[in-house]
Every structure is written in structure tokens, then in C-alpha cells.
Ligand binder design. Structure first.
Ligand code: NAP
Length: 140
């Protein structure tokens, strides 16, 4: 059960240092191959905080990226499935959004393949700090 959700990742260290009675359970932050947020996700995972990855499809802005297209051919999947699978294999909880029933089903159907470690690293390497909404490390 989620006790509460944190969005402002930069406050985590301060919060944990205060030794809260209730340990933070979830941090919801934008995470996808084009914005990997490694510092935040590593910190969360080291402190037993679940990373809830919002905009895990990078808001469909990079579906035609050559690396994405090439890996979809290798794994016989769609770009959305590849990005959701990348998120799951990192141990995150991705929150893909679609208004289409067919796409919602597609996005949840990622159990039939596994991305090889070398390809996970290739996807990690796509990081370009693509912020599709707001930036938790750059706000008051
Ligand atoms: N905590 C926060 O500050 C915060 C900020 C932003 C978002 N969120 C949450 O994160 C969730 C997802 O975020 P998001 O909607 O911004 O980004 P997203 O899930 O990365 O991308 C959604 C976009 O991808 C398209 N899409 C979905 N499935 C697809 C597929 N299989 N093939 C091709 N295109 C596909 C959608 O179009 P269609 O709908 O037309 O299919 C939509 O344009 C939402 O629940 C949102 O509330 C939280």
C-alpha cells in the first residue's frame, strides 16, 4: 500500500535526514530513455522508494528515433512497448497514458520479451534531458 507520494525529488534527501515517522513509499517523476533521471532513480532505489515513471513514452515525441525503430524490429514490438519494457526492467512503475483502448492494451502487453542488457545500455544512452512537462529539479 502506498503511504504517500512524493514528486519533488530534490527534497528527498532532506526529508529522509529528518527521520520521518512514515518512510516515503513512492516518488513520481518523469523517466524515460530520453530523460533517465539516473541520480534521482538511483537514490530512490537505494532508499527503498518506488519510482513511478510518468510520461514513460516521452509523450510520443521520440517514437521514430532511429534507435527505437531499430530495437522494435529486433524485439518485434512497438516503440511504446519498448519504452514501457525498458522502464519495467529498470524496476520502475511506468504510467503510460492513452485515450485508445487498443493502445492501453498494447502498452500493458510487455511480458513477452526481454531487452538484452547491451540494448538496455543503448537505450540509457539516449538520455538528452528531454523534459516534457515540468522539471522537479528546477522549480521553487
Ligand atoms: N506528476 C506529474 O507532474 C505528471 C506530469 C505529467 C504526466 N503525469 C501522468 O503521467 C501519465 C502519462 O503521462 P503523459 O500522458 O504526459 O505521457 P506518456 O504516457 O509518455 O505519453 C502519452 C502520449 O503517447 C501517446 N501514446 C500512448 N500509447 C501509444 C502507443 N501505443 N503508440 C503511440 N502513441 C501512444 C498518447 O496518445 P493517445 O492518448 O492519443 O493514444 C499520448 O499522446 C498520465 O497519467 C499523467 O497524468 C504526471
Amino acid at each position: 500500500m502506498t503511504k504517500f507520494v512524493l514528486t519533488w525529488a530534490f527534497q528527498l534527501q532532506e526529508l529522509l535526514a529528518s527521520k520521518p515517522r512514515v518512510h516515503p513509499a513512492v516518488n513520481q517523476v518523469e523517466v524515460h530513455p530520453f530523460n533517465t533521471r539516473t541520480e534521482i532513480t538511483s537514490f530512490c532505489q537505494a532508499h527503498d522508494i518506488v519510482v513511478e515513471a510518468y510520461a514513460p513514452l516521452a509523450r510520443a515525441l521520440r517514437m521514430q528515433h532511429p534507435t527505437i525503430v531499430s530495437l522494435t524490429k529486433k524485439y518485434s514490438c512497438t516503440p511504446a512497448q519498448l519504452m514501457v519494457r525498458w522502464s519495467v526492467q529498470h524496476g520502475f512503475v511506468p504510467l503510460p497514458k492513452s485515450v485508445s483502448k487498443q493502445r492501453i492494451r498494447e502498452n500493458g502487453n510487455v511480458g513477452g520479451f526481454a531487452i538484452e542488457e547491451s540494448d538496455m545500455q543503448m537505450l540509457d544512452g539516449l538520455d538528452e534531458y528531454l523534459v516534457t512537462d515540468w522539471d522537479p529539479v528546477d522549480c521553487d
